[in-house]
Design a binder for this molecule. Structure first.
Ligand code: XIL
Length: 324
């Protein structure tokens, strides 16, 4: 039974990877085709990369990955429409009043979601709007400083996305969701409010940038709690850090590789435990250890993914398979 040793074939939900358009060739592309069923742009669909000026959209990279997906029969998950960190400077610095701000964002959402209608099956409409304690993020967040009721603004963003592509699944995405009860509570309140006020939402993502040492019980219980919203669940940016002490002399020994594989197995097992109808996808944030955002953000010696620098399956891949 060949499907039993391939994660894409074995999984009964999406298996995604964050990709960069410029790398979509050679072994990188072959690995994606063989082991993954969907892709997400690591930056290609972020606002600052697309929206160069009010009437100036750069589609080059986003189109590239959408075309790659179409050619290879893969789905695209769009990331992300509204993220405090990716407002282009020309927009951020304009200090628009709330009505002007919203008109422009509405146009942006309609333009982007409309362009990829039927080609991007799902969107992170909003990303990282809460702090871990459940309060709204203030620092560097143009939405927070512009709106008295930011949640209602985000609700309308979900509406604009739905109007532009009624079939797209619409997600709210954040990090530390299964660890931080405060953030999860705020997300639940937002979902309840959306339901009460008639704003659409289909799913919730937890990025899952965790460590091999992250407490298993907390993750399992957090996922169960998240799934009790009844929404689709996306493990949306999975990578697992192993060099947790940022040790410059760290060596990725077989014993460390085994720990890494074990962590993947456990996380996938917990995802499998939520109701089948709510499993949207597991997306790893990258393809191989050759290039990962963690080597700049975390530590140069980091080995977070399923494939090694030569695109060979790591023991971690077996761990993922065992969890399925
Ligand atoms: C990161 C990318 O991986 C980097 O290449 C980029 O420079 C910055 O953004 N949470 C998110 C992602 O939602 O969009 C981030 O991606 C990682 C953290």
């Amino acid at each position: 039974e060949p499907s039993l040793d391939n994660i894409r074939l074995k999984a009964k939900f999406g298996i995604g990877a964050a990709v960069t358009n410029s790398e979509l060739n050679g072994q990188y592309a072959n690995t994606l085709r063989t082991h993954f069923s969907q892709i997400t742009g690591e930056y290609e669909m972020k606002m600052a990369h697309i929206w160069k000026g009010e009437n100036n959209y750069d589609w080059t990279a986003a189109d590239g990955m959408v075309n790659f997906a179409a050619t290879n029969n893969m789905d695209v998950h769009g990331h992300t429409l509204v993220w405090y960190n990716s407002f282009p400077n020309w927009f951020r610095n304009a200090n628009y009043d709330s009505a002007t701000f919203e008109t422009k964002i509405k146009t942006y959402i309609e333009t982007v979601v409309g362009r990829y209608k039927g080609k991007v099956i799902s969107w992170d409409v909003a990303n990282e709007i809460f702090n871990d304690d459940g309060t709204l993020r203030r620092d560097g967040c143009p939405v927070f400083r512009t709106f008295n009721d930011p949640i209602a603004f985000y609700g309308r963003c979900f509406e604009y996305a739905q109007a532009a592509d009624p079939d797209a699944k619409l997600f709210y995405n954040d990090y530390n969701v299964v660890l931080a009860a405060g953030k999860r509570g705020a997300m639940r309140q937002m979902v309840n409010r959306f339901r009460a006020d008639g704003y659409p939402i289909d799913g919730l993502g937890d990025q899952f940038h965790y460590m091999a040492s992250t407490n298993r019980t907390t993750i399992r219980n957090g996922l169960t709690d998240l799934a009790s919203t009844g929404l689709q669940i996306h493990m949306s940016e999975l990578d697992i850090r192993i060099n947790v002490n940022k040790d410059d002399n760290f060596v990725y020994l077989p014993s460390e590789q085994a720990k890494h594989a074990e962590a993947y197995k456990d996380f996938v097992t917990f995802f499998e435990a939520i109701p089948q109808s709510q499993k949207f996808a597991i997306t790893t944030w990258g393809v191989s250890d050759k290039r990962t955002w963690l080597t700049s953000w975390w530590h140069p010696k980091e080995y977070p993914l399923l494939f090694d620098e030569n695109f060979q399956k790591k023991k971690t891949y077996e761990g993922f398979l065992e969890g399925l």
